[in-house]
Write a protein that binds this ligand. Sequence first.
Ligand code: BG6
Length: 488
Amino acid sequence: MTPTPAPDTELPLDMVIFGGMGDLAMRKLLPALYMAYLHGNLPGATRILSTGRQEFDRAAYLAHVSAHSRPFITGENFNENTWNGFLNLLEYVRLDVQSAPDFGALAEASRAGAQRVFYLATAPSLFTTICDKLSAAGLVDKHARVVLEKPLGRDLASAVEINEAVGRHFAESQIYRIDHYLGKETVQNLIVLRFGNSILEPIWRAPNISSVQITVAEEVGVGSRAGFYDGTGAMRDMVQNHLLQLLCIVAMEPPTSLSPDAVRDEKLKVLRSLRRFSLADIARDTVRGQYSHGVSGGEEVQGYLEEANVPLDSRTETFVALRAHIDTWRWSKVPFYLRTGKRMARRSSRIVIEFANPPFPLFPENPVGVTNRLVIELQPEEAIKLQIMAKQPGSGVQMQQVALNLDLQSAFQQRRAEAYERLLIDVVRGRLTHFMRRDELEAAWAWADPIIEGWKTLGEKPQQYAAGSWGPAASFALLARDGFSWFE
Ligand code: BG6
């Protein structure tokens, strides 16, 4: 495999990664850039400048990349020659983000006339100082772009502060707020499912739809990330961003085009229509959980409180389930059940649309729960299944649920680019549609903040659930109350 030639119409690219020695850079960003290089999707004259505080010469840095990043490139994509060609693009710049002179050194390392993309993969508390210093060092011009990794702040106030600070140096059209779920093939396919077909639209509303479930379940625990995670929790880490973005795509009105603003305007309307939770709503309609010791993937695993760097009395939630409402004509009275957790029974992300039962019971001897469901499997399976009722062969009328099953993995054999690869290419090409606009991000925090605050006020501990299970019992009760159940 040799890289296909890159389009030659672009400016030379200087991709500068802050947090360049970090976990995200090693596990996701560099492998994604390698894949983009392999497939000829980086401009010919690309350089990748990784910054970090450690003293490294170039050879030591490249050895570090080979040890920590290369293992994340899957077998069939790895090619020694291509890898060496990719390493040739990499530079290491020692830089302390608090030191203005270090930014001077970065300015010297960066080429005049290049398009500079600054990827901020650091703690969000550093975003302001990085942007101020980039600007003071003369590195921000009209071609420059900045990519902001999540979490963008820890509440509305801090998000506004960061947005203000970044906005002093970059125009909104230069700012790429990343949510990697928007780069997933299956999530992008959801937009096609909804708006590339006309058969769903007439029924895609109340009262035809009786409920929507969005689950993002992870099998992994907190791993080595407790330092970050314990101060964050599942609400900030997953719900405020990934799950709300999925909800937006399910619930939005058809945009007038796929231009960034047309799509983001519609998502913003959904976020602004999300009903705010009162304290009573929080007590009734949300469930916080924390995993305890259990069995996951066939192995005994420790509980969250036993994980390294987790305080023994931590009340951080590793699981959230809640019932949300979107106060619009289309979604009036339709509950949206969201659920996410670590150390759950298995990795599974899916959206389930449940349709109303027939208005008249023509087959009363066949009591059924939900008759029709559209199940959209996002990961690890990629499938769209429509559950319908069919008659079992034989005398009398015995109904049974069967599924029309579209397995996207076998329908399309092509390679799927990883989310980060796709989104990084979007940044290089200047495509903003799958990134969050400032007002969207702030609207998401405005909805999430009162829930997080409310949990504090109520002062309840998260409910324990065994690692390897589907979460606390209260999460099942949340749906059972309305006559629904989680679709597993
Ligand atoms: C990240 C969260 O944004 O998404 C992690 O910070 C989580 O805690 C991850 O594990 C899940 O992403 P994916 O692509 O594995 O579903």
